[in-house]
Design a protein around this ligand. Structure first.
Ligand SMILES: Nc1ncnc2c1ncn2[C@@H]1O[C@H](COP(=O)(O)OP(=O)(O)OP(=O)(O)O)[C@@H](O)[C@H]1O
Ligand SMILES: [Mg+2]
Length: 456
C-alpha cells in the first residue's frame, strides 16, 4: 500500500506531443501529470480533476500559429476556478503575449525551450501560493458559515447555543441567558429578537444593575404626572416602549425584590401599571433576561424569587466561558484580528507562534470581551506584520513568576499547569494526568509535594 501523501495535480495544456512527453517525463516524479492537447480537452480535465496548477501553451489548435485559443482557454479556466494558477508557456519572442496573459490573470510565464529545473521552481511556488489561498478561503468560508448573527462559534457548545436560539426565536416564551461576563449574553438576546417574528419591532434593553433602585421602577413601568415629587409629566416605561417587540432585562439578578413582584405579574398577565396610575395597560412584549450570577444561590439567600426564576427561565441558554470553547478561541481571535486590522488599515498577517501559544494558554477570565480588547490594543501597538504576546499583553510568565526565585517560580508554574489541567477535565485526574503527559500516581505525588488539595 502506498502511504505517501498524494502528489499534487498538474495539468499540461500543449498541442505538441513531443513537448508534452518531455514535460511529463520531467515532472511525473513530483506531480500527478494530466495532459490536454486543446482547449475543450483542457476544460474537461479541469472540471473533472480540479488541478490547482496549469501550464498553458498559448498556441493551441485550431489556431496553433496564433494565440486566440490560448487566451480563450485562460479566460475560461480563470472563470471556472479564480484561484487556479496558470503558467503561460510561450515561444521565444512572444513576451508581449505572455505579459498580456499576466494582465488577464495568468500567474507567470515561461519561455521555450523549457529548462526543467527552472520550471519546477516556478511550479512549486505556484502550488504553494495556491495552497495558502485555498486555506485562507476555507477559513473565511468556515468563519462565515459558522458565524451566526455576529457570533462566531465553531465549537460544539456554541453550535448547540445557536440551535437553541433558533428554536426559541419562533416562540414567545421568556428566555434566561446565563453566562460569565463577556461571554456574549447580549448578542444572544439580540439574535433571539432578530430571528423571531418581532424583528421588525423594537428591541429595548435595560440594565437593571446600572440604574439606581429608586429610579428603576419608573424606568421600567413609567409614571403618571404628579405620581411623585419631580414627576412633572407622564412617562411611559420600557415595557410600554417595547410594545410589539422585545424587552431585554440585563443583569436581572440586580432587580430589587419589589420589582421582581411586578415583573412576575407582567409575565403572568401581560399587564403593567404606571406609578401613580389607576389602570392596567396591556403590553405585548417578549421578555429576555440575562445574568452572570448564580440565581439559585440568590434564591437560597432570599434575594431572588423562586417563582420568578421559574417563570423567566422557561428556557435557559447557558453560554460557556471562552476557555471552555477550545475550538473557538483561535478562530475568534483570527476573525477579530482581521476585522480590526481592516478597520485600522493595517497590514497584519497574523499572530506569531508565541502569541498563538499565549492565547491558548491564557485563562480568559473576561471571555470574548477580553479577547476583543486585547486584540484591539494589539492592532494599535503592533510594529511588525505579526502580533506578538507583548502586543496582546500576554507575556505574563515573567510578570507572574519573575519576582520569585527559580524554585518558587517553577513550583508556581507547576501548580498553575496542574490546576488548569484539572479544571479543564472537570476534576478527572486520570484525564488531567494524560493531558500533562504524566501518570496518575505521579500527578498525585506532585500535588502532594505542592501542597494541593486532591478534591480540587
Ligand atoms: N461568539 C462571539 N463572536 C464574536 N464576538 C463576540 C462573541 N461573543 C461575544 N462577542 C463580543 O464580545 C463582547 C461582549 O459580548 P456581550 O456584551 O454580548 O457579553 P455579555 O455576556 O453581555 O457581557 P456582560 O456580562 O459583561 O454584559 C461584545 O463586543 C460582543 O460583540
Ligand atoms: Mg451584557
Amino acid at each position: 500500500m502506498d502511504l505517501s501523501p498524494p502528489k499534487p495535480k498538474l495539468l499540461i495544456v500543449e498541442d505538441d506531443e513531443s513537448v508534452r512527453t518531455q514535460m511529463r517525463w520531467a515532472l511525473v516524479q513530483e506531480y500527478e501529470v494530466l495532459l490536454a492537447g486543446d482547449r475543450p480537452a483542457a476544460l474537461g480535465v479541469l472540471e473533472n480533476e480540479r488541478p490547482p496548477v496549469v501550464t498553458l501553451d498559448l498556441g493551441l489548435p485550431p489556431d496553433a500559429g496564433g494565440t486566440e485559443e490560448g487566451f480563450l482557454a485562460l479566460a475560461e479556466m480563470l472563470e471556472f476556478d479564480p484561484l487556479i494558477k496558470v503558467i503561460i508557456i510561450t515561444g521565444r519572442g512572444e513576451k508581449d503575449n505572455a505579459l498580456k496573459a499576466i494582465g488577464l490573470g495568468a500567474y507567470d510565464f515561461f519561455c521555450k525551450p523549457i529548462q526543467t529545473e527552472e520550471l519546477k521552481v516556478v511550479l512549486n511556488r505556484a502550488l504553494y501560493l495556491s495552497q495558502i489561498e485555498h486555506e485562507r478561503r476555507d477559513l473565511q468560508e468556515k468563519l462565515q458559515g459558522e458565524a451566526f448573527e455576529g457570533m462566531i462559534g465553531t465549537d460544539l457548545k456554541m453550535q448547540e447555543v445557536f440551535a437553541s436560539i433558533r428554536k426559541v426565536a419562533t416562540t414567545d416564551v421568556p428566555v434566561l441567558i446565563v453566562g460569565e461576563s463577556g461571554t456574549g449574553k447580549e448578542l444572544v438576546a439580540r439574535a433571539i429578537h432578530r430571528q423571531g417574528s418581532r424583528k421588525g419591532s423594537q428591541f429595548i434593553t435595560i440594565n437593571c444593575g446600572a440604574i439606581p433602585e429608586n429610579l428603576l421602577e419608573s424606568e421600567l413601568f413609567g409614571h403618571e404626572k404628579g405620581a411623585f415629587t419631580g414627576a412633572h409629566i407622564q412617562r411611559k416605561g420600557r415595557f410600554e416602549t417595547a410594545q410589539g417587540g422585545t424587552l431585554f432585562l440585563d443583569e436581572i439578578g440586580e432587580l430589587p425584590l419589589p420589582l421582581q413582584v411586578k415583573l412576575l405579574r407582567f409575565l403572568q398577565e401581560k399587564k403593567v401599571e404606571r406609578i401613580g396610575g389607576r389602570e392596567e395597560i396591556f403590553v405585548d412584549a417578549r421578555v429576555l433576561a440575562a445574568t452572570n450570577r448564580d440565581l439559585k444561590l440568590e434564591i437560597n439567600e432570599g434575594k431572588f424569587r423562586e417563582d420568578l426564576y421559574y417563570r423567566l427561565g422557561v428556557v435557559t441558554i447557558l453560554l460557556p466561558p471562552l476557555r471552555e470553547r477550545e475550538e473557538d478561541i483561535l478562530v475568534i481571535a483570527t476573525a477579530l484580528l482581521q476585522r480590526y486590522a481592516d478597520e485600522n488599515r493595517k497590514k497584519i498577517t497574523g499572530f506569531t507562534k508565541q502569541a498563538l501559544q499565549a492565547i491558548e494558554a491564557h485563562n480568559w477570565p473576561g471571555n470574548v470581551r477580553e479577547l476583543e480588547n486585547r486584540i484591539k490594543r494589539a492592532v494599535i501597538m503592533v510594529e511588525g506584520s505579526k502580533i506578538t504576546p507583548e502586543d496582546l499583553e500576554l507575556s505574563s510568565a515573567f510578570k507572574k513568576y519573575g519576582s520569585q526565585g527559580l524554585k518558587e517560580a517553577r513550583e508556581a508554574l507547576e501548580r498553575d499547569f496542574i490546576e488548569r489541567a484539572i479544571s479543564k477535565n472537570r476534576g478527572n485526574i486520570t484525564q488531567a494526568a494524560a493531558d500533562l503527559g504524566i501518570s496518575r500516581p505521579t500527578l498525585y505525588e506532585l500535588m502532594e509535594k505542592l501542597g494541593m488539595e486532591k478534591e480540587k
